[in-house]
Write a protein that binds this ligand. Structure first.
Ligand code: 15L
Length: 280
């Protein structure tokens, strides 16, 4: 039997990192976990934890040494001011890709719907947004995710570092509002995607929408066939519970990124009725 592959998970102490550590440990992977915060529970079998900052290049190169894959969940994961995003998400991302290049590792980048958040939500019968569509970041956080995806483009084209950019919608135990009937990604679907990513023979540079099998999804085609992933859960099961929970903000309700679009919004003249003039 061949030796287990070593997988590095950054941002391992967060909700998604802990869940993936448990799931991948159960699937027999040897895990290296890192975060700036201590791992808040018992380490799963076969896992080693190292406290480190993404902004520290030497640490990142050392931690990723010999890894087969990096699941990069680390960094700022919500809408924050530019200065807070800069070091972990911009400089840190470069360290992750340099580490992957030197280790010969593939990268699963936890991108976000906020890289495209200023696309309008499709109405009934209107076309959904396809993955090759344009970036329309809704925040400095979303902008850092667009940069991360383009970093993956560069490292594949120039260095052959394979990468999958998962544009996560809303990955929580359950949807909590009407928007998440479109954007929800279940923990189980994410775990199945991570396993498929690790097993796929060839990925290249791929972009996949991180949402469960939601009929109300905003999103269309992507590269999921490259890893043979099909989500099995659906937000529709929660429609009765959350289908009437709206933000009350017209900017948030118009765009895919929701409240991230409305935060700090200062464009003059917005009214839901003239929204079409805002497309360009
Ligand atoms: C994200 O990118 C965030 O990490 C998460 O906290 C949610 O805000 C999610 O997007 C979302 O759009 O629902």
């Amino acid at each position: 039997m061949s030796a287990p592959k070593t997988v590095l998970i950054t941002g391992a102490s967060g909700n998604l990192g802990r869940m993936l550590a448990r799931e991948l440990s159960a699937r027999g992977y040897r895990l290296r976990l890192t975060d700036i915060k201590a791992f808040p529970e018992d380490l799963p079998a076969g896992a080693k934890f190292i406290t480190a900052e993404l902004g520290d290049e030497a640490d990142m190169l050392r931690i990723a040494d010999d890894c087969f894959a990096i699941l990069h969940l680390g960094g700022v994961s919500v809408d924050r001011p530019f200065e807070e995003v800069l070091d972990p998400n911009i400089r840190g991302l470069y360290h992750i890709y340099e580490a992957a290049r030197r280790a010969g590792a593939r990268v699963l980048f936890a991108s976000s719907n906020h890289a495209i958040g200023f696309h309008s939500r499709p109405g009934e019968g209107e076309p959904k947004l396809d993955a090759p569509g344009s970036f329309r970041p809704d925040s400095f956080y979303g902008l850092s995710k667009a940069y991360g995806e383009l970093m993956g483009r560069l490292y594949w084209d120039k260095h052959g570092v394979e990468n999958l950019n998962l544009r996560i919608g809303s990955c929580f135990p359950e949807p909590v509002d009407a928007r998440m009937l479109s954007t929800w990604l279940s923990f189980d679907d994410l775990a199945r995607l991570a396993a498929a990513f690790l097993e796929a023979p060839r990925i290249g540079h791929a972009v996949v929408w991180g949402a469960s099998n939601n009929p109300a999804s905003f999103w269309g085609v992507d590269h999921r066939d490259r890893i043979g992933w099909q989500p099995q859960d659906t937000a529709e099961a929660f429609r009765d519970k959350v289908g009437q929970i709206f933000s009350g903000n017209p900017v948030a309700e118009r765009y895919q990124g929701g409240s991230y679009c409305a935060n700090d919004y200062s464009r003059k003249g917005f009214s839901p009725r003239d929204a079409f003039s805002l497309e360009d």
